[in-house]
Design a protein around this ligand. Sequence first.
Ligand code: SAH
Length: 415
Amino acid sequence: MLVAHIKAGKERSFERRHPWIYPGAIDQVRGLAAPPVPGETIRLVDARGRFLAWGAYNEHSQLRIRLWSFNEDEVIDAGFFARRIAAACARRAGLRERSNALRLVFGEADGLPGLVVDQYDRQLVMQCMSAGADYWREAMADALLACTGLCDIYERSDAAARQREGLPLREGVLRGAEPPASIAVREDGILYGVNVREGHKTGFYVDQRDNRRLVFDLVQELRAARAAGHRSGPLSVLNCFCYTGGFSLAALKAGADEVISVDSSGDALAQGERNWAMNLSQSPAPVPGQQVHWRDENVFDTLKAMLRDERRFDLIVLDPPKFAPSAHHLDKASRAYKELNLKALQLLKPDGLLLTFSCSGAVSVDLFQKIVAGAVFDAGVDAQLLRRLAAGVDHPMAMTHPEGEYLKGLLLRRI
Ligand code: SAH
């Protein structure tokens, strides 16, 4: 059996139950008869040989060990993963009323470092981002089928993070049948088509569920304010980095008069357009005369052009891709976030609303707020913070693993 001896003085991270061990904390690894299989189970002990934790060992990764358990009695076997997976699925049961697009397992937060599982209706999509998840992949797949009663698992272990782990990219059917080109899911009464083979992440931004709902509610409130005579004119929404139109559909369903959706991916826009078409026949019937525009453009150029044309919006969503993949990119990323936010603020009507996001793990909640505050100042506008935004409850963060927090956002009102 593999045993990692942790250096004296490095036990603190165990006291804090942090799930990652870097090479600098390891004194030596014993039991290496042959080169270890990546992801093999390892016992961690302190300098005096006392048990600390069980983990998965990967000598090709800077994240040398990811911890499974701090309980010495726990046996790391198929049953262990079945229990953890069943618990993770059970925690999401309450969300099923709202949606059949759910994140069932979210890595470290569910005690399963490196494993991500999303469900789209009757299709499961699994992502293994660590050697440990890879090593137990078959057992995890069996456990997923057993606890959901489903038959189909598609694997999307194609995230760049795998390269840092020294793992090859892998994609394809893991259990059951090939997924269809588009799976229809229903969230808060709205239909979204998801392409699990080619879409981003596992096909859809499941994490934005609550914020899509918020956009729906805000657009309804704006309509009510207009009905009460507090606003006038058509209700216009601009969705920047719209991907397949998640926020656009929420705004349209809530009755926005005009929704302009901008993305640089023609495929994503085409899916967005199809997604809206699916909803046209659903009740309640769409508001007559809605203007729906899908624009294949670079958002930075769009915002400039719209300012030149003196366009104004009631609500703008900014949900750009991860500008800072690591701390090295912070300066450049901060400038990009600031430019976007500055221009979006200037494009808002008085009392218009901005939902602005960053999904860069390297950009903290604090830093993001500072960047946006800088944009408010430089835009020469006044703004109120109405709400802080985050991923849905199926994307929790373990309190012992703050690195797990990635999606952050602010809801601002320009005044
Ligand atoms: N808001 C989306 C997710 C956005 S993901 C949702 O809720 O579903 C980021 C998107 O930004 C991707 O679809 C990508 O194609 C797009 N993108 C990246 N850079 C862009 C740019 N400069 N201009 C326009 N779109 C861009």
